[in-house]
Every structure is written in C-alpha cells, then in structure tokens.
Design a protein around this ligand. Sequence first.
Ligand code: GLY
Length: 429
Amino acid sequence: MRVLVVGSGGREHTLVWKLKQSPRVKKIYATPGNGGIALIAQTVNIKADDFEGLINFARKNHIDLTVVGPEAPLAAGIVDEFQKRRLRIFGPSKDAAELEGSKTFSKEFMRKYHIPTAPFQVFTNAMEAITFIKSAAKPIVIKADGLAAGKGVFIARTQDEAVETVDNILTHRKFGRAGEKIIVETFLEGQEVSIMAFTDGKTIRYMLPSQDHKRLGDGDTGPNTGGMGAYCPARFLDEETMAFIREHIFEPTVSGMEKEGRPYRGVLYAGLIITEAGPKVLEFNCRFGDPETQAVLPLLKSDLALILKGVADGNLNTVGEVDWNNGSAACVVMASKGYPENPEIGKRIAGLRNYSDKRCFLFHAGTRRDGKNWLTSGGRVIGVTGIDHDLPAALARAYDVIGNIKFEGMVYRRDIGHKAEMPVKTVGI
Ligand code: GLY
C-alpha cells in the first residue's frame, strides 16, 4: 500500500510511525510533515487546505490510502473531494465532521438522541446570553460554536468573567465566524477521559481509553493548551462504565448520524467526564486526539493500515478484532516558552536521537532541521512516549529521556498521570 498522511504534528508523526510497522505499507508520504516525520517518510510541501494539490499528488503517486490528521481539512470537506475523484481516504465527510466543527450541531444532536451531556443553551445575541448567565450557577462553561484550534472553551468562575467571555466572542468576534454562536452549558465535575473508536458507520472498534492534560502547568494550572501529555490506558474506567459508554454514547452516536443522513466514518473521539451521575460527553472530535494518539497507538498490536483501509472501504467488520499490548504508555509534551499564546521558536534542540533502546519514542511536532542542527518551530515541540509494564514505569522512561533533551525556555509538566489513581464514583448508571 502507498499511503499519504496529511498533517504536521506529533499525532501525524505517530500515525506515520505506526503505519510504517505494517508489512502491507510499502511507501509513506506526509504533507507537509515535520522534521521528525522526514526521518521515516518522504515529506512533500503541500498544505492541508490545498485540496487540489493533495488530490493531484495522490493521483500522480498512486496513493492507495490518504489519512487525514487535523480537523480543519475534514470540516472543510477534504474527504468529499477525494471521494468524488474515487480516491480512498480515511476520515469523516464534511457533514459528519460537523460533530466537531459545530458545537451547536453536536449538542443538539446529543439532545435529540439522548446522549448524556451537560444541559445547554445556544445564543447569537450577547445581551440575551448575559441575561441568562446572570441567573445561572457559576462556574459556567462558554464555548464558541466553530473550530477555534482548541482555544474556544472557557470556564467562567464569576459573573464578570462570563460577561467578558461573551463579549469577546459575540461582540468583538475574537474567533471570527467560529464565534457567531455560543453555547452556554452547566459546569460538570469529575475525571476526564478520552475515548477514541474506529468506525465505518456500522461497526465500532474501540481504542484503549486515555487521559489528556490540557492545562499548561502542574496541578492543572495555567492556560488551556492543545494538550501537555497523555497516558494510556486510563485504568480508572471500570468495565461497567465502559459498557455504559459504548451503549449510551458511541452506539447511539453512530446510528444517529446514519439516521441524520450523515454516516460517520473515521475516528470518533469522545471527550468525556465521569461525573457522579455517570459519564457525560464534553465534546466530540472527528479525528485522532493529540497528544492521546502518541500514548494510544504505541500499544496497538493490530495492523493500523488494515484498520484504516477497512474503515475507508466500509468493511471494518472483515478486519477482525483490534488487539492491544499489555502495559502502559505515557507521553510527555515538551513545549516552547510562551506556549500557547506566543511561543518562542528557532531555538536549537540538543539531545534528539533514537531512544527506542530505552523503550522511548520521540514524536516531533514543532521541529525542523537546519543543516545538522534541530530547531524548534512551534508551540508544542516534541512528545516523549515511554512504554513499560505499568504507568509509573512508563512515566519514568519518558522523564529519563527528557533529561537528555534541552532547548532554551523548554516547558513540560512534571505530573503527567497524577490523577491516574484517583477513584471515580458513579451512582447514576
Ligand atoms: N487532546 C485534545 C484534542 O486532541 O482535541
């Protein structure tokens, strides 16, 4: 198989790394890729939003399967464009990707199909939103409707914070068209968990649950980021809760999307919170998580290429079960000073080498080569994933390797996995 991976982050590096382990994959291209991906695949400088460029490349290079990493091209309809040209591609159609691309669609869909989620209201008018918020309990959650690169969700703890957030989104249009509507929803408490599944719209095959760390600082402090680290599996989920999640969240979502005339094919990612009253959906994403993928895929035993092809062809049921290795994986993200707002880039990175002898893997995000040197080129720079028989041992491997990597102003969390042993109590399922 000749495969094209679209994207340039740590998630895409992990996809390429895993696909390369498939005996069926003969050649991998990545567009545009990054410095780390270029070590294991051929990178080509075509941007993820240049659909014509990507289609021409796929045709000329006899690509058998295109795999799309980020949400923006999916929400913009890359899958529909490839399929019109009879090119095989992994990911949801534009209509199906609205589960992530429009939070209003997603929340109204959940309400219609009785999928557990926080109570919510949608507003387009700032005055109406503020009037509602005045009488609502705090903290309260305010979300921009459209894609906002992970920056569109706010937890307002006071009336003033809530009013400022509403004004920033609806009045000052901080997120442009992505902020034409807002969702105001009840704040929920509990442990968060990310569950991703492969689905071709009929069959669903689950990945191991993982947990992301969204805040920049230790102890879940500081601003929200794309994710500062993840571990897998999240063992605090017991089988009863997993069964509830399958039956009340994934199955009705996949069948509901079919009923809506938006059959869902690709990775369905549910960002969940396990409250005392049971699991609730915080958000759906229409793609692999980042950095969850860097912790989940290293534990995948089955052939990823075969699974992705089965999804794209609509015959995932013929692929067999998806098998996983025992043990744990932990990914710690190293970021640039100033991330997420204003990352300083262009810093020389020391200590980048192959650490697979230490059961550790470097997944590059914001790196580039400059002759013999490695330089930082983005906010999140590298994800360091350790693998071992349990989480403490996997974390020890990742942090040991981090001790060898240096760049000016580097930032990383020292407490990845700190909630792994925290018990979850559910009384409502
Ligand atoms: N790690 C969160 C996300 O991928 O959206």
